[in-house]
Design a protein around this ligand. Structure first.
Ligand SMILES: *Cc1c(COP(=O)(O)O)cnc(C)c1O
Length: 471
């Protein structure tokens, strides 16, 4: 049969759109997704097959059932979320690419309640008059940090921009060269400073800055002394920075306020549990800083937010700045933040109910049963195709917090000579519930610390899916 003739035959065999839509599979989908969407998808599927036939392809599928399946796939794909839940098996507790802090159940419930109906975000229920969205959490933050006043904005980068704009626009800000940091993708102290309209005055050297460096730099133009937490790196060896209380005393003697960008900022004393050397926000406030800011979704374990605390006179000014409106925190964030902050009123609840704290404090002993469950589940999936073992490993806090801290953990490892581990790792990112792992020394590592116990069976199911895809 000539090619042309075969083409004509194929075209003739192609069902009309209305016949495809009449297929039981399509009719069923139309009941949920609407006729309009189905018609469009059916038209596209048939249009594509026709185009292939016209280009001379002779092996095309014109079977009604198969075409209906293709329409179904197309429609379902339109409703599949790109942005979805994943399992974090990397062992990095605050993984910025994976959304930093998973929330406490009470915070999730607060978001749900707030999202579903109306709320008093800007209404004072006592007076019936317009209220401020900041009031819901201000007193609570003050109680937890010892500060006089507080304000919450979109994130800590916004907090830094706002504080510098209000307190130092057109004036100069003194900062140690050892604190001129870059955090994450695009947050550079020097750039934020430029954006705020403040002039940067760098003092000291990369490794050492003394009190007298600050003292000599203060002049009539000085609006602020800024201290920035060197979140994601540590300077070790021959180094010096003045004690915060000494710097505050010096600044105040010259009528200059001190602002500390704490980065992570913790309300919980992790040092008491042998983790890191981070002072609590309360200690920073007590040392006398005038303003300090920190993230909501780093060590605090809540949602993305920038929390600004400090002396009333400065916070009052910051609240009135026009930028505050542009950087304002949203109602769902406020709900989750308030619910999480309330947990800190009772440290035992905080340790138990705030997932990131709970994860950081998990011991090897307490993680053993989950490590064994995961090992057994994965061993059953792979059979004799791979070796599955439990090995000691080290987790990280992440999110630019406590960069040198290593937390002893269990890794469930998978090694194989039968199939490509790289392909398995890729497939694990493409299943319905993706699992993020690390590849090290010819093995895939699943760090148990950041996997919720409720997720162990789901991880096994995802691995089974991914393994099946390798074919
Ligand atoms: C993380 C960090 C920021 C940025 O905070 P976001 O809440 O991520 O915007 C700013 N400064 C320091 C020191 C940080 O560690």
């Amino acid at each position: 049969m000539g090619l042309e003739k075969r083409g004509t035959e194929l075209l003739r065999g192609l069902p009309a759109v209305h016949r495809l839509l009449d297929h039981p599979h399509c009719r069923q989908l139309a009941a949920t997704h609407g006729q309009k969407l189905l018609s469009a998808a059916a038209g596209e599927v048939i249009g594509e097959v026709r185009a292939r036939i016209l280009q001379g392809e002779t092996v095309v599928e014109t079977d009604l059932d198969l075409l209906a399946d293709r329409v179904a796939e197309r429609v379902q794909r339109q409703f599949e979320m790109n942005y979805r839940a994943v399992v974090n098996a990397t062992g990095v507790v605050l993984h910025t690419n994976l959304g930093r802090a998973p929330l406490a159940e009470v915070a999730v419930a607060a978001i749900e309640r707030t999202a579903r109906g109306y709320n008093n975000v800007e209404l004072n229920l006592q007076t019936g008059e317009r209220g401020s969205r900041y009031e819901h959490v201000e007193q609570l933050i003050c109680e937890l940090t010892g500060a006089e006043a507080a304000l919450v904005v979109n994130n800590n980068a916004a907090a830094v921009l706002l504080v510098l704009t209000e307190l130092a626009k057109g004036k100069s800000v003194i900062i140690s060269r050892g604190q001129m940091v870059e955090i994450g993708g695009s947050f550079r102290v020097s750039e934020v400073m430029k954006a705020s309209g403040a002039h940067l005055v760098e003092v000291g050297t990369t490794n050492k800055t003394h009190e007298y460096d600050y003292e000599r730099a203060i002049d009539d133009d000085t609006a602020l002394i800024l201290r920035v937490h060197t979140s994601n790196f540590r300077l070790v060896g021959f180094t010096h920075q003045p004690e915060l209380s000494d710097l505050v005393a010096l600044a105040h003697a010259r009528n200059v306020p001190v602002y500390e960008d704490l980065g992570s900022g913790t309300l919980f004393d992790l040092r008491a549990h042998g983790i890191g050397d981070e002072p609590t926000v309360r200690e920073t406030v007590r040392a006398g800083v005038d303003v300090c800011s920190f993230s909501g979704d780093k060590l605090l374990g809540a949602t993305q937010a920038g929390i600004i605390v400090g002396k009333q006179e400065y916070i009052k000014r910051i609240k009135k700045n026009q930028l505050t409106r542009a950087l304002r925190v949203d109602k769902l964030t406020l709900a989750a933040l308030e619910a999480t902050l309330r947990l800190y009123l009772d440290e035992d609840r905080a340790k138990r109910d705030i997932p990131t704290l709970w994860m950081m404090l998990r011991t090897e002993e307490s993680m053993s049963p989950e490590a064994e469950r995961l090992r057994a589940g994965l061993a059953a999936v792979f059979g004799d195709q791979a070796e599955v073992a439990v090995e000691p490993g080290l987790s990280q806090v992440g999110g630019g917090s406590l960069p040198t801290e290593e937390l002893p953990t269990w890794h469930v490892t998978v090694r194989s000579r039968q199939f490509s581990l790289n392909r398995l790792e890729q497939a694990l990112r493409q299943v319905t519930l993706p699992v993020l792992t690390t590849m090290r020394k010819e093995a895939i590592h699943f760090d148990v610390r950041t996997i919720f116990p409720r997720e162990i069976d789901q991880v096994v199911a995802s691995v089974r899916d991914a393994f099946a895809r390798l074919g």
